[in-house]
Design a protein around this ligand. Structure first.
Ligand code: UDP
Ligand code: MG
Length: 143
């Protein structure tokens, strides 16, 4: 089991000013921030990040959404990070998300769902590397 995952505060949530509240929820749930930045994804970066969904009907809309404004990728560490973070954010569709989860609180619908979370240890490694170099990941920091 790995202890890393990648979160992204997506453009709609950043634009609406939810960044602070979402980061507070992440920290209160016991995650350590290993790296964080604000960035405006290019089309090719968003397409690469979501390449796994290339054949899905929502792919083009998803890329348009993810390039619509700045987003905040955050590399996180915690025991059982992938599963625990997905519990914190709730189901992809906020209608199905549990009470008190990030998506229940801040998502608009199944597409504009406020945050990303890795779905496996393997993808967490790849997704963290998509945004952060080794030098940017703080290994001896425990904030
Ligand atoms: N998405 C969408 N329509 C769908 C399913 C997903 O627009 O029917 C978007 C949504 O923003 C979601 C992202 O595509 O977060 C990636 O989908 P995935 O199934 O991987 O959901 P997640 O892992 O983010 O819960
Ligand atoms: Mg996913």
């Amino acid at each position: 089991m790995s202890n890393k995952t990648l979160a992204i505060i997506k453009p709609d949530a950043v634009q609406k000013g939810y960044t602070g509240k979402i980061i507070a929820m992440i920290i209160n749930a016991g995650f350590k921030i290993k790296a964080m930045k604000m960035t405006h994804l290019t089309k090719s970066s968003a397409e690469g990040f979501y390449a796994i969904h290339r054949e899905r009907p929502f792919f083009n809309d998803l890329v348009t959404y993810m390039t619509s404004g700045p987003c905040i990728p955050i590399a996180l560490e915690r025991e059982n990070a992938v599963e625990e973070y997905r519990k914190l954010i709730g189901a992809t569709d906020p209608k199905k998300a549990a009470e008190g989860t990030v998506r229940k609180l801040f998502a608009v619908d199944i597409q504009l769902n406020a945050v990303h979370g890795s779905d496996s240890d393997e993808n967490a490694e790849k997704e963290i590397a998509h945004f952060f170099s080794k030098d940017e990941l703080l290994n001896n920091y425990s904030a």
